[in-house]
Design a protein around this ligand. Structure first.
Ligand code: SAM
Length: 278
């Protein structure tokens, strides 16, 4: 019986066959545990109607389980060697396509589910890009270095609380799928990983989300300054900022990390309303 793609034997054999070496610059660490790859794909709860994007399929550790579904699947990897291998491997799957390209330049609009054992050098930009597309996504599953997760789930008062956790708490429910030890990868990275899932709300307005994202990120640009100061920079002066804070009954001397999601949501609503009223 042939070995699962997520196995040490397969990865070593295939890399030799392809004449390839794991490239650090593209974060190439391959999953070598079949149980882990099954758990990750199972958590996506794929249905035939889904359009699924896998970011960074590599040799196909997750892809082989995706390919077993009836959904429409796109495998996107930057490495042309892996894309050739994936095309051959999945040539008999009519609803699966392999695309060579950079996820940061790739259009995520056609997809409702995204999954990936993410290249670590791009984790935050990918998590931000996923957020920007939250209004048409139903599920995201990402494997990240375990240090990243607290920045996604941090609550008000936590050290890691910031735009990423505020925005992820707005777009849906974030949950831990499982932990993954570094020994489950080849080559072995320095740190352990974990897999988390986002179930997105279905009622996200893309215009609102875009504004909420820019307001939140802007107000956190200078973390140590008061919200009045930061808001002044955003709306064109402290006086205007003070009026907005009065309307929101918010304390102007607080710092961005001391304010809850509800503050950022109310402020965004107010700014959109004021714009609409001219
Ligand atoms: N999914 C495979 C696994 O679990 O064994 C490989 C995961 S490896 C951590 C990350 C993958 O992302 C690599 O295959 C790498 O080539 C790919 N990658 C790196 N940068 C990328 C980019 N900008 N766009 C798309 N794929 C990228």
């Amino acid at each position: 019986m042939s070995k699962a793609i997520a196995s040490k034997e397969f990865v070593v054999k295939k890399m030799v066959e392809l004449g390839a070496h794991p490239l650090k610059k593209w974060g190439q660490n391959f999953l070598i545990d079949e149980t882990v790859s099954k758990d990750i794909v199972f958590a996506l709860k794929i249905e035939p109607k889904n359009r699924v994007l896998e970011i960074g399929p590599g040799l196909g550790a997750l892809s082989e389980h995706l390919a077993a579904s009836d959904a429409t699947i796109t495998l996107l990897d930057i490495d042309p060697l892996f894309c050739d291998h994936l095309k051959k491997t999945f040539s008999s799957s009519p609803k699966l396509e392999v695309v060579q390209g950079d996820v940061m330049k790739f259009d995520l609009n056609p997809y409702d589910k995204i999954i990936g054992n993410l290249p670590y050098y791009l984790t935050t930009p990918i998590l931000e890009k996923v957020l920007d597309h939250a209004s048409h996504l139903s599920t995201f599953i990402g494997m990240v270095q375990k240090e990243v997760f607290p920045r996604v789930i941090a609550k008000l008062g936590d050290e890691e609380y910031g735009p990423l956790s505020i925005l992820y708490s707005y777009v849906g429910q974030v949950s831990l799928v499982r932990k993954v030890s570094k020994v489950n990868f080849l080559p072995m990275p320095h740190v352990d990983s974990l897999v988390f899932k986002v179930d997105f709300r279905k009622d996200i307005n893309p215009v609102f989300l875009k504004k909420l994202t820019s307001v939140t990120k802007n107000l956190f640009l200078l973390r140590r300054k008061t919200i009045l100061n930061n808001l002044g920079g955003l709306v064109g002066g402290k006086e205007k900022a003070q009026v907005l804070m009065d309307k929101l009954k918010a304390e102007p001397q607080k710092r961005p990390e001391e304010l809850p999601l509800s503050f950022y949501v109310s402020l965004t609503e107010l700014l959109l309303l004021e714009k609409a009223l001219g």
